[in-house]
Ligand binder design. Structure first.
Ligand code: ADP
Length: 490
């Protein structure tokens, strides 16, 4: 659709490109990326014909651009640039209707019924119909951008060239505009070539990308190129890490600021407070911890500083436990947005709290255990969730700095230790009569201060992994003992 062959071009005495090649396929959404000054606008201007080609060729739909008349080009290509030249006295509708110019026939070039249908449709989809009679100068920057897009779409082009179309747009309008473009691409086969600045937005919308750096095309390909964080770091000179979106499988990037983040200087033993009542246990840290958990709220990997385990009756109706937890936390002035929340029917006075140091690493384990819903996960017997007290809730806080991999290791190590405690306490799955590996509703949280040297692994082969195993094993065993004593003395 767009073919760039051995292109040499730029400004009269200084070419920016010294023979680049690029192929944009029909019907794709192609994003051109690169830091300021890398040549994006220059390439855009060469493709739109605003700058002369020194050597090489550019083809649009198979035709070399210099052979296309202005009208032929306007039928094929619509352009939305930063520097749109429009008469500010025109109304919105008049500006959109200018987009039909290449399609108008006859000597006097009047708008036909077909033209008006197209104008109506593009004003509708860009949500500008309501100010059709208002002068362009009287609408906001974001609305102006939508009007110019409507004008470009009214052209019914094969190719849409966009220079940072979402510049000056807020988040809502950015996504609205890109959704609209994507819809046009998918439903009508529109080819989109767009300069974009936001790498994460490009990853979500583009089919392919090109990365420009100092006039050279470094990477051309699908958005998995964003996984090459070393390359991105080099090009953008920013510390970039690969992250992940919870529902979209495209790479997402996390940038780390260059300024020095003040290290929390409190010692671990002074960095938290434990507040315990009949209703709840609340562990509050001075600084957010890097957490991994399956808590009712605060699940996944996050940064959080409030950790709560709420007591509920064993017949608690758990139709909306997350809502209930938020309400209870609000009642006790605990900010639930910064919290992991768990529930238990175990009496909270039976909680086991252990604070220990293993080879210089401090750990705090807080465990409540009931084994009424004990389950052997490997058994084929189907166990129903009973109404008895039967959840093991484990919170483990570690004064160390884990990578995300070590965080997962830590979660595994704590789980293995809990299962071993159940084995040694001879806790059985009542349905299969085999040793239980956990209960049907166990919650686990591992939280890290992220102070000190980075630890890449916390599995059972490491000192820290073994330490996790020991503290969780002993705390779980003790909590189960307390639970069994209470059940037996009933
Ligand atoms: P980007 O759009 O990626 O920020 P540009 O294409 O605007 O980059 O600029 C690429 C290079 O061309 C830069 O070094 C810039 O200084 C230079 N440049 C831009 N405009 C002109 C101009 N009108 N005359 C000469 N050099 C220019």
């Amino acid at each position: 659709m767009i073919t760039v062959n051995n292109l040499v071009g730029g400004y009269s005495n200084s070419p920016i490109f010294h023979g680049i090649n690029l192929e944009i396929h029909q019907g794709e959404f192609f994003a051109l990326l690169g830091p300021n000054g890398s040549g994006k606008t220059t390439l855009f201007k060469l493709i739109t014909g605003q700058l002369p080609i020194i050597k090489g060729d550019i083809f649009l739909s198979g035709k070399e651009i210099s052979t296309l008349s202005k009208l032929e080009k306007a039928k094929k290509v619509a352009v939305l640039t930063q520097e749109a030249q429009v008469s500010f006295d025109f109304t919105v509708e008049e500006i959109v209707s200018l987009g039909r110019y290449p399609h108008q026939k006859g000597l006097f070039k009047q708008l036909s019924r077909v033209d008006w249908n197209v104008i109506e449709e593009v004003m509708e989809i860009t949500n500008i119909s309501q100010f059709r009679k208002i002068p362009f100068r009287m609408i906001s920057g974001g609305e102006k951008q939508r009007v110019l897009l409507a004008k470009a779409l009214a052209q019914e082009p094969e190719i849409l060239l966009l220079d940072e179309p979402t510049n000056h747009l807020d988040v809502k309008h950015t996504f609205q505009m890109l959704d609209l473009l994507k819809e046009r691409q998918q439903s009508m086969g529109l080819t989109i070539f767009s300069i974009l600045h936001d790498l994460n937005v490009a990853s979500q919308y583009a089919d392919r990308i090109a990365m420009l750096h100092k006039g050279c095309l470094l990477e051309v390909g699908d958005v998995d190129n964003f996984r090459k964080t070393d390359l991105l770091k080099k090009v953008y000179e920013v510390d970039i890490k690969l992250g992940s979106h919870p529902t979209i499988s495209k790479p997402q990037l996390l940038m780390t600021p260059g300024y020095h983040q003040a290290e929390p200087c409190t010692r671990f033993e002074n960095s938290f407070q434990i507040h315990q009542t009949k209703e709840y246990i609340h562990i509050q840290f001075d600084h957010p911890l890097r957490t991994i958990s399956n808590g009712v709220i605060g699940d996944g990997v996050q940064w959080l500083r409030h950790f709560c385990n709420f007591y509920v009756d064993k017949n608690y109706n758990c139709s909306a436990p997350d809502r209930d937890l938020r309400n209870w936390m609000t009642k006790y002035a605990i900010p639930y947005e910064q919290a992991v929340g768990m529930m238990t029917a175990v009496q909270l006075k039976d909680v086991v709290i252990r604070h220990e140091e293993f080879e210089g690493i401090q750990m705090l384990a807080v465990v409540t255990a009931g084994t009424g819903n004990a389950v052997d996960i490997s058994s084929r017997t189907h166990s129903k969730v009973s109404q008895s007290v039967g959840t093991i809730n484990t919170m483990l806080f570690i004064d160390s700095h884990f990578t995300d991999g070590a965080l997962v290791n830590g979660f595994m190590s704590a789980t293995e230790a809990k299962s071993k405690a159940l084995l040694d306490m001879n806790i059985k799955d009542p349905h299969s009569n085999t040793i239980a590996t956990g209960t049907s509703t166990d919650s686990l949280l591992v939280g890290l201060t992220q102070q000190g040297e980075k630890t890449p692994s916390a599995g059972s082969g490491t000192t820290v992994g073994k330490a996790i195993g020991q503290i969780v094993y002993e705390a779980t065993k003790e909590a189960i003992q307390k639970y069994l004593q209470r059940v037996q003395t009933k």
